[in-house]
Design a binder for this molecule. Structure first.
Ligand SMILES: NC(=O)c1ccc[n+]([C@@H]2O[C@H](COP(=O)([O-])OP(=O)(O)OC[C@H]3O[C@@H](n4cnc5c(N)ncnc54)[C@H](O)[C@@H]3O)[C@@H](O)[C@H]2O)c1
Length: 403
């Protein structure tokens, strides 16, 4: 089968197995180059939402950078006779294959992370992986990196759906079609109270708390476990739709959960953080109004200034310069945080000169000059790459025999 990308409205409907494998391999090489296991770096790591974007990079950096045994949870669709599987399906299999070749223990579980059943399966997988790695079955890092449109509450059985909407008044912002460079206006009506509550249910911190509780009850958490979940703040122009909108409410709840988890874990020397990450092109971020337009201009600035990063570079910095900066003392107080206690690896994105120049650039971009003045080409490349397309060195005219 010859596989070409099928894209509708900034959503890619298929993926390329060979390309996904190549992208995972490239991230592995970078993690191996930039990170070294030392006393205090993690040996057994759980990543919830491990298959794409920030979660995949978090797993690769832990496994190949620190030599950790890893358990990864994600929700994927395998290939059918006629259609490739999801990108995460190939990324997981690339990860497991490369891990096995490198002598690293790994288990990837496919299913609903929000369910009690998956939490039970994970505990078993942790024990299995630890036994194979000949280490104690005590997780020392939990990364929570889910991005999901829906969640079924395990207590009530009710399925909640998240929305990306402003709160209090409607919102209109420029958006771009990354394939054509067409600029249009995307509008969203103000969310109802029910929509806000549902989004908090899906993308808030309740499930992160349930994960830590389940792992703690099962006795598979190290007393000094570290856990982190990811958030985004972004520039003021995106606040009506992001930080002050439904998703921002959910992220406020994630911060609440982070503090609650931290209070519980810190009694034994563990700690929890919310890390504010940079805006990147992942499958989740391409469909948020204004974000593709902003990101295209931001990337141009950050590349020109020599400070551009992708998921893996961000996570390498999160581990090396934040979470494990003080690995030898493993004193959680040594992790650099902002006044709210959050880790900031969006620091380069939010630098005053980067923001000022990005906003000025956004004011100048038109459909006529968009390919010159913005990095829409880079945005499109990253988006395609997240699905295994447009990866250097991959022959896209070659027949893909096994899906
Ligand atoms: N992309 C950005 O620009 C950005 C910036 C800052 C913070 N973040 C945050 O980082 C986190 C990860 O986002 P991303 O952009 O990497 O997303 P992504 O879509 O690339 O990855 C989401 C992961 O969650 C998994 N998943 C979704 N629903 C699941 C379910 N029910 N059960 C099991 N697994 C499930 C997917 O399989 C995938 O592994 C989110 O909290 C997001 O808000 C993203």
């Amino acid at each position: 089968m010859i596989i070409k990308p099928m894209i509708r409205n900034n959503i890619c409907l298929n993926s390329h197995p060979t390309g996904c494998f190549a992208v995972v391999k490239r991230q592995i090489e970078l993690a191996k180059k930039e990170l070294r296991p030392v006393e205090g770096t993690p040996k057994l790591v759980l990543v919830v939402g491990c298959s794409t974007g920030y979660g995949l990079a978090s797993r690769i950096a832990a496994g190949f950078g620190y030599g950790a045994a890893t358990v990864g949870i994600s929700l994927e669709k395998p290939a059918s006779e006629t259609k490739p599987g999801t990108p995460g399906y190939y990324n997981n299999s690339a990860f497991d294959r490369e891990a096995a070749a490198a002598g690293l223990q790994s288990v990837s579980l496919d299913g609903d992370a929000f369910s009690n059943e998956m939490k039970d399966r994970t505990v078993e997988a942790i024990k299995k992986v630890a036994a194979a790695a000949k280490i104690e079955a005590k997780i020392d890092l939990v990364i929570y990196s889910l991005a999901s449109p829906v969640r079924t509450d395990p207590k009530t059985g009710i399925m909640h759906r998240s929305v990306i909407k402003p709160i209090g008044k409607s919102y209109s912002g420029k958006t771009i079609d990354m394939m054509t460079g067409t600029i249009s206006t995307a509008s969203a009506e103000s969310a109802t109270d029910e929509e806000i509550a549902n989004t908090v249910k899906v993308m808030g911190g309740e499930d992160w708390e349930l994960w830590i509780e389940a792992l703690s009850k099962a006795g598979v958490l190290s007393s000094k476990v570290k856990t982190a979940a990811y958030t985004y703040l972004g520039p003021e122009l995106s606040w009506p739709i992001y930080k002050n909108g439904t998703i921002g409410r959910a992220k406020e709840d994630l911060e609440r959960a982070g503090k609650a988890i931290n209070a519980k874990l810190s009694a034994s020397g563990g700690a929890a953080w919310v890390s504010v990450n940079k805006a990147l092109v992942t499958r989740a971020s391409a469909v948020i109004p204004i974000i593709p337009f902003y990101v295209s201009c931001l990337f141009k600035e950050m590349k020109e200034k020599g400070i551009h990063e992708g998921c893996i570079e961000q996570i390498i910095r999160l581990y090396r310069d934040r979470l494990y900066a003080a690995a030898t003392t493993s004193d959680p107080k040594k992790v650099p945080v902002d006044s709210e206690g959050r880790i900031r690896i969006d620091d380069w994105e939010m630098r005053e000169d980067v923001q000022k120049d990005t906003l000025a650039r956004m004011g100048k971009v038109t459909e006529e000059n968009i390919f010159e003045l913005s990095d829409i080409a880079g945005f499109k490349h990253d988006f395609l790459e997240a699905h295994g397309f447009d990866v250097p060195g991959v022959d896209y005219d070659a027949d893909v025999r096994s899906l």
